[in-house]
Design a protein around this ligand. Structure first.
Ligand SMILES: [Zn+2]
Length: 284
């Protein structure tokens, strides 16, 4: 998981949001289920912004056939314990009004999005405030929402830098590269919950291992065999290629570069390892 920058809200989504959020409020007021459609207009822009990758597992995905994922689930929120698998308590009031909010939309692959992974999981940090369910009057006036009052346990790739919460490391650093397995490890409690809910380890550890073995490690070996200006030039090309935003598994590649290229070697030659993922606006 890396940081995603969605860009400006597509105009067609803004139009759908105003119309459909109010319609959803009317449906709920009469005890009906809101009709959740119309956010598909954001697909092309999300796909481009996410560089054709799943927002969670960073696998390359097709433009069609994968769901638009609601970070805050639209139908109901499972507040229970992902380790026991108990979804209860289920919050059935939230978050229907965010179904058309661009800042709540991501493209995810079918396997990350399915009920046994992300599903409708959305546990909150203990003591977190909850988003207020907007009244129909409020919706008639304004259909933009600020979600920042709430602290979710899931890491939000649109808000957080996931690398603050999750790092990819070798399961056994003494293992040979041919047999080395890679795992996501948590740096924070939110990272721990995110790894569990997304099933990151189960989903992509094998593919990550292959990618590091075949695409990442040989480039690193070549750099480490060099010295001076030659090593600096090879390093620049290596990070440009391997951490290009169109490449899959950038979080794991970053972990592998960090693991295999000793800090002392980097410092001696002035090699910089910048984090992949879009920078947080205003920070860099
Ligand atoms: Zn995925």
């Amino acid at each position: 998981v890396i940081r995603i920058q969605r860009g400006a809200e597509p105009a067609a989504l803004a139009a759908a949001r105003k119309r459909r959020t109010c319609a959803a409020a009317r449906a709920r007021a009469t005890g009906k289920k809101p009709s959740f459609s119309g956010y598909e207009v954001a697909r092309a822009q999300l796909y481009a912004a996410q560089r054709r990758k799943c927002a969670y597992c960073e696998r390359l995905i097709g433009a069609e056939g994968n769901p638009i994922e609601h970070f805050r689930p639209k139908a109901e929120a499972w507040r229970g314990d992902p380790w026991s698998g108990k979804k209860t308590p289920i919050d059935r009031e939230r978050y229907w009004w965010l179904a058309w909010s661009y800042s709540n939309l991501l493209l995810a692959c079918s396997s990350c999005n399915c009920v046994s992974r992300k599903g409708n999981w959305f546990p909150l940090a203990s003591g977190s405030r909850q988003l207020q369910v907007p009244s129909a009057d409020a919706l008639a006036f304004d259909t933009t929402f600020d979600a920042s009052v709430e602290t979710p346990m899931l890491v939000d790739p649109g808000v957080d830098d996931p690398l603050d919460h999750i790092a990819w490391v070798p399961l056994d650093p003494n293992e040979s590269i041919e047999r080395m397995e890679w795992r996501p490890v948590h740096k924070t409690e939110r990272g721990r919950v995110t790894i569990k809910i997304l099933g990151l380890e189960l989903a992509i550890a094998d593919q990550v291992g292959d990618h590091i073995r075949h695409n990442v490690h040989p480039r690193i070996v070549a750099v480490l065999a060099m010295e001076g200006a030659q090593a600096q030039a090879a390093w620049a090309l290596t990070v440009r290629d391997l951490l290009a935003d169109t490449m899959p598994f950038l979080a794991a590649t970053y972990g592998a570069l960090d693991h295999f290229v000793p800090v002392a070697f980097r410092e001696r030659l002035g090699l910089v390892l910048a984090r992949p993922g879009a920078p947080t606006p205003g920070v860099e």
